[in-house]
Design a protein around this ligand. Structure first.
Ligand code: FAD
Length: 475
């Protein structure tokens, strides 16, 4: 096996031996112990082709007990483990860096129960997000999370990354929506934090340790989610605006007018729209403008919702905040608008290592101001800089296409520029994607020493041998 990759040295873990494989075949049936290198390829490679591991084993448990037996064995034998859900992580967190044992939730995909009075759903960690939503739809509920990867990502992965997405503005993040969790710690111990109560202040809220810790503290096996009633009526609007100042003023007006029915506010800049046109063969439905806003309302009274939306549009047009717009109320037309936004990541993916992506959180007033200094400072290196994202949450996705293939050195140079500017604007270098592997090396710079020490102590307590997702989050 390789000892050093991506400037990281392989930890002092054992590598898989024949006896280990035989042992795993006793825990799982042999079909669920994958060792074929061709079959392993996609599990070793992350969605954006940024990190490629060299694991020679993938395990597919079906039950919590099996996860427990696997982790117990790995811990006793000092084998490193990489938990994997749908493998859509944006930061290489879901794939091994070296030869870690991949443990996938692929076959832990049962929805266990739904309380039809409260909308509390209990499911196994490997349920695909969209499948949970399809299950809930006829029962009148909705999953409170909507991300472009919904057809592939697993709820366990969503919890482990504290995924955000388009509806966060209305429903909040996973910390608020997850009522309970079952997780297995590194030594195989099963932790039952499966409360299904909205209020439960009995001691430390341990479930939160597993939300957003990206598989470094435990393996999530079950999730209990509070799902809101499914809104009966949705509207989407696609608006064209003159400049970013007007984008911000429109956002303020939107919140005032639409209040509780506002369920998404996304922004797209001109370079991104040109990219969408060229690479995804989709187009703005209203012609060309410097900025575009995509908004969604979700409510329970058609007339009331439409009235509110039209009052907002009337005022925004009259005051010159928006220059043009189109509104959709039919599901197919709404989806056509959303697909423009949802497909962006696919287009960028095609650029492989020439594309660098940054998921930043910024104060609203500086949300777009950060682009110009980044363009200037990366001149000569970058071909184009793009800005789009979940404006409603202050979350800007900044993509940079480089002139040349990215070497580690080049990536580090551009990272340094972006992170310096984000810090200067009092922002965060990860709004919703986490730290994963690619940002772990920056934690020393972005976190105060004592908070980082506390994180390391929590990690040591739950995973003394450091077998769970090494090289990720904190190193
Ligand atoms: P994986 O990618 O498999 O894993 C992610 C991390 O969680 C890894 O560190 C992994 O080790 C760990 N993990 C996975 N399962 C478990 C488990 N059961 N127990 C413990 N640890 C586990 N993210 C957003 O927040 N908002 C978006 O809008 C968004 N849009 C996206 C659009 C596209 C097209 C793509 C490709 C990605 C997008 N993402 C977005 C990123 C990604 O989809 C999310 O981070 C998602 O939550 C990952 O889920 P997953 O099942 O694919 O997890």
């Amino acid at each position: 096996y390789t000892k050093k990759k991506f400037n990281v040295i392989r930890g002092n873990y054992n590598s898989i031996q024949k006896e280990d494989i035989q042992h795993f075949r006793k825990i799982l049936d042999s079909k669920r112990v994958v060792t074929d290198s061709v079959d392993l390829e996609k599990y070793n490679t992350d969605w954006f082709f940024q990190v490629r591991g060299t694991s020679n084993i993938l395990l597919k448990p079906k039950t919590t007990q099996e996860v427990s037996s696997i982790l117990h064995y790995c811990n006793e034998n000092k084998l490193a483990v990489c938990p994997q859900g749908g493998n859509t992580s944006a930061l290489g967190g879901s794939v091994p860096v070296f030869d870690e044992v991949i443990v996938s939730t692929e076959l832990m995909n049962k929805i266990i129960s739904l309380d039809e009075d409260s909308g509390v759903v209990t499911c196994e960690a490997g349920c695909i997000l969209e499948n949970i939503d399809k299950y809930l739809e006829p029962k009148g509920f909705i999953v409170p999370l909507d991300i472009g990867a919904k057809g592939t990502c697993h709820i366990g992965g969503n919890v482990s990354t504290n995924a955000g997405g388009m509806r966060l503005i209305k429903f909040g993040n996973m910390h608020g929506n997850v009522l309970g969790i079952e997780a297995v710690t590194a030594n195989g111990e099963i932790l039952d934090c499966l409360s299904n109560l909205k209020k439960d202040n009995t001691g430390y809220h341990l479930k939160h340790l597993f939300i957003g810790s990206e598989g470094t503290l435990g393996f999530v096996t079950k999730v209990i989610l509070q799902c809101p009633p499914r809104p009966k009526y949705r509207n989407a609007a696609f608006l064209g605006l003159q400049n970013f100042d007007k984008v911000l003023k429109t956002f303020k007006l939107l919140k005032g007018h639409l209040a509780e029915i506002l369920s998404a506010v996304e922004v797209i800049d001109t370079p991104t729209m040109e990219f969408i046109r060229k690479e995804n063969k989709q187009d703005s439905p209203i012609g060309d403008y410097p900025f575009y806003l995509m908004i969604e309302t979700s409510g329970s009274n058609e007339q009331h919702d439409e009235e509110k939306l039209h009052l907002f549009l009337e005022e925004a047009l009259k005051t010159g905040l928006i220059l043009n717009g189109t509104v959709a109320s039919e599901p197919a037309k709404i989806q056509a608008i959303w697909s423009i936004r949802e497909n962006i990541a696919n287009g960028f993916r095609a650029y492989g290592s020439r594309m660098l992506q940054y998921d930043t959180s910024l104060p609203f007033k500086d949300y777009y101001n950060i682009l110009e200094p980044i363009k200037e400072s990366t001149e000569g290196l970058s071909e184009r800089v793009f800005g789009f994202g979940h404006l409603g949450d202050g979350n800007l996705h900044l993509q940079i296409i480089l002139k040349n293939e990215a070497t580690d050195e080049l990536k580090s140079r551009v990272d340094a520029v972006v992170f310096e500017k984000v810090a200067a604007f009092n922002g965060s270098i990860s709004a919703e994607h986490g730290i994963g592997f690619l940002k772990a090396k920056y934690m020393d710079k972005i976190k105060p020493k004592n908070t980082l020490n506390l994180m390391r102590n929590v990690k040591k307590l739950l995973d003394p041998n450091g077998i769970l997702n090494p090289y990720k989050v904190i190193v």
